[in-house]
Design a protein around this ligand. Structure first.
Ligand code: ARG
Length: 589
């Protein structure tokens, strides 16, 4: 039995079409837009009639009569030119819900062929504090990781640190200028070098902009930085030692942000890890005539005849010998192939890097860098904007640090929960935990509920509201159920078999049955917003149920036990989906 109710029903209705000598594809069943007419709808008779040159209502009538015999429908009706409306028997709905509820993954794992998926997200850079641009990369990437883990995929998450290239040379030269007495700059010094980093992360964050503007004013400095980058890549001991310190303090700093956002990486690799692979890669491209020289640089031509836009070649090596962002990305693909043999690699990176990934992916195909069946996908996303509709900036036009965004969100959440009167109910420790969870839920849900490619406005006041399409609201729905279940335990009330007595129960059961649709569609499109929509629809349906149906107050024991059971399943599912969004639910609030 498949977890998806719609797939199951479509197959059944498809069979009926087939027995009428019509293509089973016309049996596609969808959720009804108008619940009062039925739970489900099949509109295939219209298309079937066209291809069979028959009257659609006649076809629909024949199909409907055959469907009556299946015994799984409580109501069937015809509408308009040939729409079939369906309502399942309670027995069928109940048995489906019981089946999926019996499984940890609501039947989803069983239905999915596990794949090996590499997720590349986060993408921080050495010496630069994570900023607004990394917010979405982290939130969306982490959600996709959790989604694929839930489905039973074998998931590798790699942070892919930006730790190679010219910025490293700039930093080395800037540190040399500011702290010339350090031992790292003497080409003859083979070490050992001090174990303690000569720079703190705060210093690094000032050193980088200083180096960057110096390189713009001073061509000699830029040249020296290029030279240093090259030496670093070749392995000069002092530079490597200094670089390692910069990397380590930067990683330690980003870990604080990732922990706050609940992001989990199985690999902490970076561009630099490709260094030893690059010479052999360049050699292989060259000897197979896959790369060529162009103005002293080595490039891979990737343009295709049917290209509608210009597709510049990917530069593997510049004329000065330095390798580029694209080179390390291409080498990373080759190394991932060798080490993991993945089915797919997903890059959760700003949509503005679209051309870069297109170039790298094409070059990977040119060079057979990856298994031909494996897929490469750039999972792009839009920008986070300020209330002026432009990409978010600080008041003086600078980049907004990720840490401050998280802290602001938690601060706003603290205000909201205090205003809601929680301050007197909880210890300050628990209150802080709640505020943190609410704040994180607020920014995550706000981000993920948008279509990934759209931009959105960062508005904490809206994000932290306890109503509508917000993280705190979904979270609160779960907390309320938790508290009800605790009460039930206290009162010695146990859950029991489902008995259906009210339309609100059916609607809730129907909403619960839609999880697999949501999960597979979200994975297919790398679209967590589909999960957000699902959990929102579910909490709405639960609220109607809770409004219309007594649970603990119900006097009929069997009905009470059944409703409690529905509450348990609902809580489990809300928590599962929120977990896929990276949102944790407090015990109480
Ligand atoms: N460090 C890059 C940046 O800040 C993002 C890295 C994305 N991943 C990749 N494999 N290129 O823009």
């Amino acid at each position: 039995m498949t977890a998806s109710l719609l797939t199951q029903l479509s197959a059944r209705v498809g069979q009926v079409f087939e027995t009428c000598d019509l293509d089973p594809k016309f049996g596609k069943v969808v959720l009804s837009q108008r619940r009062e007419l039925g739970q489900f709808q099949c509109n295939g008779a219209l298309a079937a009639a066209k291809s069979a040159k028959k009257n659609p209502r006649d076809i629909a009538q024949t199909v409907l009569e055959a469907l009556e015999k299946t015994g799984i429908f409580a109501e069937l009706s015809l509408a308009g030119p040939g729409f079939i409306n369906m309502k399942l028997t309670d027995e069928f709905l109940k048995s489906h819900l019981n089946t999926i509820a019996a499984d940890d993954s609501f039947g989803i794992r069983e239905e999915h062929n596990s794949e090996k998926v590499i997720l590349d997200y986060g993408g921080p850079n050495v010496a630069k504090a994570m900023h607004v641009g990394h917010l979405r990369a982290t939130i969306i990437g982490e959600s996709l990781r959790r989604l694929h883990v839930f489905m039973g995929d074998d998931v590798i998450s790699d942070v892919h640190f930006g730790d190679w290239g010219l910025p490293m040379g700039l930093l080395i030269k800037e540190i040399e200028l500011q702290k010339p007495d350090l031992p790292y700059f003497d080409a003859d010094n083979e070490g050992p070098f001090p174990a303690e980093s000569p720079v703190t992360v705060d210093e690094l964050q000032e050193l980088y902009p200083a180096a960057s503007s110096r390189s713009k004013e001073n061509p000699e400095f830029l040249e020296a930085a290029r030279e240093a980058t090259f030496e670093l890549q070749k392995g000069r001991a002092g530079y490597r030692a200094l670089w390692k310190h910069m990397l380590d303090v930067s990683i330690a700093e980003t870990k604080i942000d990732f922990d706050l956002l609940g992001a989990h990486f199985t690999e902490w690799k970076g561009e630099a890890d490709t260094n030893d692979h690059i010479p052999s890669m360049l050699e292989r491209f060259a000897s197979n005539n896959l790369s060529e020289e162009s103005d002293g640089a080595i490039v891979v031509r990737i343009a295709r005849e049917d290209d509608k836009k210009e597709m510049p070649p990917l530069i593997l090596q510049k004329s000065d010998g330095a390798v580029m962002y694209g080179t390390t990305d291409l080498a990373t693909i080759e190394m991932r192939q060798l080490e993991h043999d993945p089915d797919s690699i997903l890059y959760v990176v700003d949509a503005r890097q679209g051309l870069h990934f297109e170039q790298v992916f094409r070059a990977a195909r040119v060079g057979d860098s990856l298994d031909a069946d494996a897929t490469l996908e750039h999972v792009g996303f839009g920008t986070v904007n300020g209330k002026d509709g432009k990409p978010l900036k600080t008041r003086d036009g600078g980049v907004v640090r990720l840490r401050s965004m998280i802290e602001d969100a938690i601060g706003e959440a603290r205000k909201v929960v205090e205003e809601a009167g929680l301050k007197d109910k909880f210890s300050s420790e628990e209150l802080e935990d709640i505020a943190t969870k609410v704040g994180i839920a607020a920014i995550k849900y706000a981000d993920l509920s948008n279509q990934r490619m759209s931009n959105y406005v960062f508005d904490l006041e809206r994000f932290t509201k306890f109503e509508g399409k917000t993280g705190p609201y979904q979270m609160y729905a779960a907390v309320r159920i938790k508290s009800m279940l605790r009460k039930a335990t206290d009162q010695g009330i146990a859950s029991g078999d489902i008995v259906v007595t009210h339309e609100a129960e059916r609607n809730l059961m129907l909403a619960l049955s839609q999880l697999s649709e949501a999960v597979f569609a979200a994975a297919d499109k790398s679209a967590p917003n589909i999960l957000c929509d699902h959990v929102y629809a579910l909490t709405q349906e639960f609220n109607s149920f809770y409004h219309d149906c007594q649970v603990l107050g119900e006097s009929d024991e069997a009905i009470r036990a059944s409703r409690l059971k529905l509450c348990e399943i609902t809580l489990r599912q809300i928590e599962a989906v929120l977990d896929m969004l990276g949102i944790a639910v407090p015990e109480r609030m």
